[in-house]
Design a protein. Structure first.
Length: 253
């Protein structure tokens, strides 16, 4: 929450620390998880960022964890194919094409969630990306040119690609590029927004599925945290035991 608030306010850790009257290292430790802030600390951060903290009480639900654990065992392209609709191959082909164009883009939205291993079936075959505003014309022209010269790639619908220059809760490409992740897609590195940034976008969105997306991103982050904790535990084999417990739980429908 502190990371998302600071990024939405377009502040550096040093600037936020100045507003709170604390050290920049304190903000860094909060965001890394090395130090747990109090609820009052989070409220003060929200106030300093001119945001309102809106807390919700929901039942604890780990039913997605087994599915996420299994997804993380798959390669990114298979994660998309597992939860994509009928046009899964076109989605993967478009992702590979985007990785080869001259204009840099960052994958966001549902497809980014699938690439990271989230547990939700994609509602459509649209690939959402973020690009710099001045690069959008060149990006679209490059895609059209490559499609025309590559007979193996067919774009079934003009709605397959959705380009955004400033996703909700962000200032655009440069903002997301600071924490972008390069995920291997069958040998092709694809630039994908980081999980915390995807959560930030969902948290700031007003769409009907934004709440569910945010919960899915949080579940993936939780599984990563459990696996990370087990990996560095003192007892050997803890990670394997955690994974076995996860996959034994009944996956969500």
């Amino acid at each position: 929450m502190i990371f998302m608030a600071r990024r939405r306010a377009q502040m550096s850790q040093r600037e936020l620390a100045g507003r709170l009257g604390c050290r920049q290292a304190t903000i860094a430790r909060w965001e890394r998880g090395d130090r747990q802030p109090s609820y009052e600390d989070v409220q003060e951060v929200a106030d300093a960022c001119r945001l309102q903290l809106d807390a919700h009480l929901v039942p604890e639900d780990r039913s997605w964890w087994p599915q996420i654990a299994m997804q993380l065992e798959r390669i990114p392209s298979d994660r998309v194919r597992w939860f994509a609709p009928a046009h899964a191959n076109e989605v993967v082909a478009l992702l590979e094409l985007l990785a080869r164009v001259g204009s840099p883009v960052i994958v966001i939205g549902e497809v980014a969630g699938a690439l990271h291993g989230w547990p939700l079936v994609l509602s459509n075959e649209v690939v959402e990306v973020c690009a710099r505003a001045d690069a959008v014309p060149a990006l679209l022209a490059d895609l059209q040119a490559r499609r025309a010269s590559d007979g193996s790639y067919e774009l079934p619908s003009g709605r397959l690609l959705a380009v955004s220059t400033a996703p909700p809760g962000t200032t655009g490409y440069g903002d997301l590029a600071r924490a972008v992740e390069a995920l291997d897609l069958d040998g092709t590195p694809v630039q994908v927004a980081g999980l915390l940034d995807l959560l930030r976008i969902a948290d700031a969105s007003s769409g009907p599925d934004s709440r569910r997306r945010a919960l899915a991103y949080r579940a993936v982050l939780d599984v990563h945290r459990v696996q990370h904790t087990a990996r560095f535990a003192r007892q050997p084999g803890d990670e394997d035991r955690v994974l076995r417990r996860l996959v034994k739980q009944a996956p969500a429908a």
